[in-house]
Design a protein around this ligand. Structure first.
Ligand code: UDP
Length: 254
């Protein structure tokens, strides 16, 4: 049996696709302590879509930082192994491409994405400190953009937005000029990487992603071609909520 802790806000969205007899859902907010005997904890907590994690920024930062403390305290009590899902966002708006794990990043401390970026950085710091002080058996993976079945339609991230627009025969909206790049990995590859990490003795952090970068313009055209949709990719004003570094919008704010 795999107990899966989630809090009510997201459990309603996810139970439909995940419910099966191997999972026991526990309706609990990871920002509060919990007590569950287990061999292994996989800490995936925290919304990862910019649209979602910016809806309640304090919740996002708390889920990362308080969440990892509660995970580590439970693991210390039951001597559990832990694998923690960190993110490529710990590199912020990187000045080097591709990023290797020893790159410290270029992170905006007080921007609108900072609740997630800094929250995840803080989680890694706490995680390593718990390891040093309590000798926990930990693994850290830094997950890059991932896609696959069971993403929610209103996830807000680029892959599901573009596919939905194409299937609905609506023009694909690219934020900005579409020259910004991302790399995308398929969910099965991510899971394989995480399982390999669990079976290794390497603490990490390890980047898990696809080394090939793709511009959002190319992605849009790829999806138009695959779906054979009679639509076009159009540029839309760069959403301020997507800004990651010191951008024009943020410069105007400070
Ligand atoms: N994006 C876009 N249209 C959309 C959603 C996202 O052009 O409908 C762009 C967004 O501006 C960003 C990239 O796609 O440059 C990836 O955004 P996403 O939210 O998927 O993930 P991120 O890597 O920014 O966390």
């Amino acid at each position: 049996m795999i107990p899966c802790i989630d809090e009510a806000m997201r459990i309603e969205e996810e139970t439909g696709s995940l419910l099966n007899d191997k999972f026991e859902f526990i309706n609990h907010d990871i920002r509060n302590p919990f007590d569950i005997s287990c061999d292994l904890i996989i800490n995936l907590a925290c919304p990862a879509s910019p649209v979602k994690y910016q809806e309640d920024k304090v919740f996002t930062a708390e889920t990362c930082a308080l969440g990892i403390i509660n995970v580590c305290n439970n693991a210390t009590k039951y001597n559990s192994h832990i694998i923690h899902a960190s993110t490529s966002e710990v590199y912020g708006d990187p000045l080097v491409n591709p990023q290797s794990e020893d790159y410290f990043g270029n992170v905006n401390i007080n921007g609108i994405r900072s609740c997630y970026d800094e929250g995840k950085r803080c989680a890694e710091t706490l995680f390593m400190d718990y390891k040093r002080e309590h000798d926990l058996d930990i693994r850290i993976v830094r997950i890059f953009n991932t896609y696959g079945p069971n993403m929610t339609k209103n996830d807000g991230r680029v892959i599901s937005n573009f596919i939905l627009q194409a299937l609905n025969n609506e023009n694909i909206t690219i934020y900005g000029d579409g020259l910004q790049t991302r790399s995308f990995q398929y969910i099965d590859d991510l899971i394989e990487g995480m399982i390999k990490m669990m079976h290794s003795n390497f603490v990490g952090p390890v980047n898990l992603g696809n080394p090939v970068e793709l511009s959002m313009k190319d992605l849009a055209n790829k999806i138009i071609k695959i779906t054979n949709a009679q639509i076009e990719a159009i540029e839309r004003e760069y959403y301020q909520r997507y800004n990651s570094g010191i951008t024009q919008w943020q410069q105007n704010q400070y």
